[in-house]
Write a protein that binds this ligand. Sequence first.
Ligand SMILES: [Zn+2]
Length: 204
Amino acid sequence: MLDANVLVLNRLWQAVNICTARRAFSLLYTGQAQVIDVEEGKFSAFNFEDWKDLSAAFEKREEVVRTISFTIRIPKVILLLLYDKLPRSSIKFNRKNIHQRDKNICQYCGQKFDIAELNIDHIIPKVLGGKSVWTNVVCSCMNCNLHKGGRTPHQAGMKLIQAPKEPRWQYLAHFNIKTMHHESWRHFIDTAYWNTELESDEDK
Ligand SMILES: [Zn+2]
C-alpha cells in the first residue's frame, strides 16, 4: 500500500515525477508538499492535517493507510511547494530509447518498420563531426540509410519528417501506461505525450 504510485507536480503544476505513497506522506508531513485532490474537474489542495481530517470520512478502505492514531487516504497527486525545476535528463541515450522516441518510424520516409529493419542514423555523419546526441540521431530504414550513405541529409537531398528532440518526461517514459490508472493524473500529463505512449504500448 505504501508503495502505491503518486504523481508529483512542481510548483508550476507540471508533472515531474512519480513517487511512492511512503515518500509522498513524508513530503506532506514535513510541509514540503500538498495533496491535490481532483473531483469532477475541480482541484483542491490540502496540507497534511486537512488531508488527515478529510480522510476520516473516506469510505474506500483499500485506499487508506492506518496508523495507531489515525487513518489517512493515499493521495494520487501531490504538489511540491518548493521545487520548481524540471528534473535533469535521465533517460538513457541508447538504441532502445531512440526507437521508442521515433516510434520505429523511419525519420526520412515516414514509414513504420520492425526494429530489426531500422538503423540508428547520425544525421550529420560521425566522420563529418556529427555527435552521438539526441538531436543528431534518428531511426532510419535500410533503404533510406543506403541512399543517404555518408552524407548529410542536405547533401543527399533528403528531409527529416521532424527535427529530433531529446524526449520529455524522462522518468515517466519508462512507465507503463497501463499502470497509469488514475484518472486524475490525466489533467497534469501532456496530451501529446500521453498519446505517444499509448501508441508505443500497442506495438509491444
Ligand atoms: Zn526510410
